[in-house]
Design a protein around this ligand. Structure first.
Ligand code: ADP
Ligand code: MG
Ligand code: MG
Length: 254
């Protein structure tokens, strides 16, 4: 059983001219079997948190730690993080012409398992996973992210979860531009993934609407680079009714 521990994390973003502090001491623990929603207004630093955990070079950890099962995640390479059982879905996956979904997923599986699966076996595994997620088999031969709709991007993300079987998933959901179809794909995928009760999910989101389909055990309100309030699912309902305004003020006065 896995635990992701974020302790007093401070992160700055490197721009051409400056190093701008964004995260101001984030504390968050996600245990296997738990689904957490991290919710905050635009620009509060949610994606910065996801990028920092992913090891994106533009995001400088100025202090604090991130541990996965007691191991220092921040000392690991990106591949090592994946091998340790961490899954990170980024907001804007890049388009790679000439690389198919199937090629990409085989490389990802290779990185996580430490050896390349035999092509025949992988093809079988992939088609099984796609079938169980009701994804059209033709999707495997599409160019990676080429002309993907919001729904297709989400299907691809969920397909990765299914194949890579991580212990801990950090999902940064813009949900802006996601239609109801895409929202359902990702929700069903997350619910399917968390159903085992043996994995942890950190779902990062701006809108409360995804939480109509995914029921978090814990909700964290994130404002100006720090968590300002925590609670259960009822907190998401309050956010839906009241917005972030009140929390923004509370955060600013701290
Ligand atoms: P959120 O995901 O909550 O909308 P972000 O983490 O994307 O917030 O952004 C938080 C702040 O950090 C914003 O002020 C944003 O402009 C800044 N920021 C994030 N990434 C970069 C970047 N790569 N370059 C410059 N500024 C950035
Ligand atoms: Mg944003
Ligand atoms: Mg974001």
């Amino acid at each position: 059983m896995s635990t992701l521990e974020i302790r007093d994390l401070h992160v700055s973003v490197e721009t051409e001219t400056e190093s701008k502090p964004i995260l101001r001491g984030v504390n968050l623990t996600v245990r296997a079997g738990e689904t957490h929603a991290l919710m905050g207004p635009n620009g509060s630093g949610k994606s910065t948190l996801a990028y920092a955990i992913a090891g994106h070079p533009k995001y400088q950890i100025t202090s604090g730690t991130v541990l996965l099962d007691g191991e220092d995640l921040l000392e690991m390479t990106v591949d090592e993080r994946a091998r340790a059982g961490l899954f990170l879905a980024m907001q804007y996956p890049v388009e790679v012409p000439g690389v198919t979904v199937s090629n990409f997923l085989r490389s990802a599986v290779t990185a996580v398992r430490g050896e390349a699966p035999k092509l025949r076996e992988f093809t079988k595994e992939l088609s099984g996973a796609m079938k169980s997620l009701a994804i059209d088999p033709a999707f495997a031969q599409r160019g990676l992210n080429e002309g993907f709709s919001g729904g297709e991007k989400k299907r691809h993300e969920i397909l990765q979860l299914e194949l890579l079987k991580p212990k801990m998933a950090v999902l940064d959901e813009t949900d802006s531009g996601l239609d109801v179809d895409a929202l359902k794909v990702v929700s069903e995928g997350v619910n399917r993934f968390s159903a085992s009760g043996e994995v942890g999910v950190l779902l990062i989101t701006h809108y409360t609407r995804i939480l109509r389909y995914v029921k978090p055990d814990f909700v964290h309100v994130f404002v100006e680079g720090a968590i300002v309030e925590e609670g259960g699912p009822e907190l998401a309902e309050r956010l839906e009714a009241e917005g972030y305004e009140r929390f923004a003020k509370a955060g600013a006065s701290k």
